[in-house]
Design a protein around this ligand. Sequence first.
Ligand code: NDP
Length: 252
Amino acid sequence: DSQPLEGRVAVITGASSGIGEASAERLAGLGATVALLARRADRLDSLVERIAKSDGSAVAMAVDVTDAGAVRAVADRVAGELGGADLLFNNAGVMLPAPIEELRTDQWQEQIDLNVTGLMNVIGAFVPQLVEAGAEHGVADLINTASIAAENIFPNFAVYSATKAYVTHLSRHLRVELGPKKVRVAAIEPGIVGTELQNHVTDEGALQWLEGSKKTIEWLTPEDIAEVIAFIATLPPRVNLQQVTIMPTAQA
Ligand code: NDP
């Protein structure tokens, strides 16, 4: 039997944990060859092994996506070794909430560097491959990870939310530009998902808010999001799911 994503090549950033890791396993399980991008090479290597054990095909390509030159080198590897990407899940991101008056300019920059500049580095490196795949095969996918924070107001999440609003709005523009070239563009906007994202939070108030939310909300799992990514990628080529909000049922 042929699998729905047989023959497709998916590049996934933030593949060493959380949403990216679960999505890599899911897309590989559907027959895609997956290129795994993140900084922690050891984590990527063990994911490659796990995918191989279930008869999937994966390649680890450790990279810091804030380094534009390094991302371009990885794109060359994907072109050379895998024949180019026809699916990009542009997902690496960091969330560092804090009251604006604390002036954590280091954390503002870290979020902008990864969630905006890193995202653009990956788009710059892989859009040519997606457009080529669209022309050759009639379909390619660019899926960007935004957040419900792009739409809603969460106190002390101003910088993170603004980076995610950037991702959502950019995606809408790119869909209009790239759709005629057979490249579908989607933004996903998850509510709270239990991943390593929360582990990097340093602000006491935000940590308490996150921890407290567990009492009333059953957080989403990375696998829940992976299922949506698989859905987007397996739709018929004429269908572009533009924007998806995925909320824990009990999250307001
Ligand atoms: P994780 O922290 O588990 O995953 C983040 C991933 O990004 C890791 O694989 C990390 O790997 C990678 N990463 C971080 N910095 C870099 C870098 N400089 N270069 C390359 N890769 C990098 O969190 P999630 O899975 O939750 O996050 C995935 C996306 O989902 C993010 O964009 C996040 O904003 C978004 N999101 C998450 C929600 C949640 O509640 N969890 C809700 C809504 C959106 P490594 O450290 O090895 O580089």
